[in-house]
Design a protein around this ligand. Sequence first.
Ligand SMILES: C[S@@+](CC[C@H](N)C(=O)[O-])C[C@H]1O[C@@H](n2cnc3c(N)ncnc32)[C@H](O)[C@@H]1O
Length: 315
Amino acid sequence: MVRTAAAISGRYSRRRVELPQRRFCGSQHATWAGGQWTTMELTKLTEEEFDRFRTFIYGKTGIRMADGKITLLSNRIRRRLRDLGIDSFEDYYHQLTRDRLPGELEQFIDAITTNETHFFRTGGHFDWFSGAFLPELLNRAAEKKHDRSLRVWSAACSSGEELYTLAICIDEMLHRFGGWRISLLGSDISETMITAAKRGVFPDRSLEHVSAERRRKYFTHLPDENGWAIRPRLVQMCEFQRHNLLDPIAAPRQDCIFIRNVFIYFDRESKQRAVRNLIDALAPGGFLVVGPADGIYDLLGDLEKQSIFLYKKPL
Ligand SMILES: C[S@@+](CC[C@H](N)C(=O)[O-])C[C@H]1O[C@@H](n2cnc3c(N)ncnc32)[C@H](O)[C@@H]1O
């Protein structure tokens, strides 16, 4: 719906010299042009616009937005329009897909992805990592069946809590890893999440499952930021990079890959593509740790099932 703002707010037109070019209020969006304010109702994407955006999203990320997500996607894109001062979903689509907005693809991907995570999420996975995986690897190295090297990848790590949890588990046994080469890699499609992970400052709610003892040992409380900074020693143990799971990763083969809570919005084809890349990235004898709702159990080919969340690549 388009209507002149003069009809809505004479106040704006009388003081026009001092006014900015654009104004936003709720889902309304006003632009000063031709001597008057024009407002547009940025309600919802049309079905056609929704289809175009979701085809674009699928091609870039593998995420398939379900039919019922039109309101969710409209709300998220509307925020980008407001930040950029763009008047219509259609205009934004054209500028985005024709690469006319530098850096916007990253912002757009940030806006549409869900980054929920926290330390020690699904604690049983970390009990296995500390209680079985690390001790077995130490034994295999002692028997000269494995190098004194450990490579772990948190694929789709969001703001880094998953990888830092693994770093804590390793640090708690670090005295047994003298002389080892340890590589901890975290990756995510979202540049904003990677920047946050590198910074290593987390809100209270991220630490809900972190014991008081671990808080004392591994975090510094930052009352001004209402958050917790992970100790620099752990930041130095971890490397973070932007990576799309639909592409193969350029990294040495991994002893263990955590891939959790990411495939919920992928369809079968994009899951298949990403899972193939993950299996290729695993070293023989390496383990894949899978999230409870990721729905990839039937795509894991030759991997041997160890338990509901754990799959091993044959030696
Ligand atoms: C809900 S978080 C899961 C974080 C962590 N693995 C956990 O379980 O707590 C899902 C993450 O997957 C990322 N993601 C979505 N599509 C991706 C893709 N194609 N490649 C890499 N990361 C992707 C999102 O940016 C988001 O940070």
